[in-house]
Design a protein around this ligand. Structure first.
Ligand code: CA
Length: 360
């Protein structure tokens, strides 16, 4: 029996320590190393940096007890393999957008964004404070996953065109890169939606494979250089009014974490969710000014007639999807009720204020 044994023993006796709290103390010191796979190229500006910042925050907050190594698309698994990799435990975490998994879970799309849906503030409120998180967890639990909000782009742009859009006639036959439900709406309005990965968009637009493309907003679009090959930049991004990104965590890995590390992971995710939105808000207008003043981009609003048609079709498409899938219907009804309520208030608060702020 050495001296330190007696010291520890006396501490345990005098502090009334039970064996449970001894276990907790050793658990608290346990170290974890996780892999995080993303749907973005490594270090892609904006959205691609969110998981990197998250990993750094967790490392600092946990004093190195949870190390997370971030892998870009294609490094461990392809971009669209993220969901399966985290679900089966090949990686403990993932970062992407919930609408990418619509083939497995149609209702997941509400947790990224749907046409004429929620803005960034609104989707945060719905998920974090309005009951959305519980619905999202119910959708992902059968896949052994815990989802968490992972950033937001804010309201996107409708995109880049080489032709002016004056009426619905101009949409007909137009080949545009526009994925998801927005693409379905575009098709029913007479357009031809195509889905091309971000990295191939510039060449596709340059060579005329497509007539138009949406991407994100000025900050990310400027970096891709679309202004060099398209004349018109249309707004607003009715199809992505506030696209939320996501973290997903393998539930077996999650359940092995001590409570402190769980709190750290959740808190770091919340911080990154807000931080990415702040980055877009700060950077978008700067990039927009550069596009307009320096590069002479024609910035134009979509005609009301066209927006009205897109809105009507969006409602029809969402209703049809709800009729096909009970989960989709359940989430849609919850989402719709929240949207109606928040719209009612925002009409007389944020929206009313933003309008009068521009009065001259
Ligand atoms: Ca987009």
């Amino acid at each position: 029996m050495n001296k330190s044994f007696f010291i520890i023993l006396s501490i345990l006796i005098f502090s009334g320590c039970s064996s449970d709290s001894v276990n907790q103390a050793s658990e608290a010191k346990e170290r974890f190393t996780w892999s995080l796979v993303t749907t973005w190229p490594k270090n892609y500006p904006g959205l691609g940096m969110a998981p990197e910042r998250f990993a750094n925050l967790v490392d600092e907050m946990s004093e190195g007890r949870l190390k997370i190594k971030v892998f870009g698309a294609g490094e461990l698994v392809p971009a669209m393999g993220v969901f399966d990799a985290v679900s089966n435990g090949s990686a403990e975490m993932g970062h992407g957008g919930a609408y990418y998994w619509k083939g497995k879970i149609p209702a997941a799309q509400f947790f990224a964004g749907v046409p004429f849906g929620l803005t960034a503030d609104e989707i945060n409120a719905w998920v974090n404070r309005g009951g959305g998180q519980e619905l999202w967890q119910d959708l992902y639990r059968p896949f052994n996953l815990l989802p968490l909000p992972g950033g937001n782009t804010g309201t996107q742009m409708f995109g880049w065109f080489n032709k002016e859009i004056k009426s619905l006639e101009d949409i007909r036959g137009l080949k545009m890169r526009i994925p998801g439900i927005g693409g379905e709406v575009f098709q029913r309005a007479g357009g031809v939606p195509v889905n091309i990965p971000g990295g191939e968009l510039y060449t596709a637009l340059q060579t005329g494979t497509i007539d138009a493309t949406e991407w994100v907003g000025p900050y990310n679009d400027l970096a891709f250089g679309f202004h060099q090959i398209a004349d018109y930049y249309y707004y607003p991004g009715w199809h992505e009014p506030g696209s939320m990104l996501e973290f997903m965590i393998n539930l077996d890995a999650w359940n092995k974490l001590p409570e402190t590390l769980k709190v750290i992971v959740k808190t770091a995710a919340q911080a990154v969710n807000q931080d990415l939105l702040d980055e877009y808000t700060a950077m978008n207008n700067k990039a927009l000014q550069e596009l307009v003043s320096k590069y002479g981009v024609n910035l134009l609003p979509l005609p009301e007639e066209v927006l009205k048609e897109f809105k009507d079709i969006s409602e029809t498409v969402l209703d049809e999807l709800a009729a096909e899938d009970t989960e989709f219907k359940k989430v849609y009804e919850h989402f719709k009720e929240f949207k109606n309520n928040v719209t009612n208030y925002h009409n007389i608060s944020e929206d009313a204020f933003v309008k009068i702020r521009s009065i001259e």
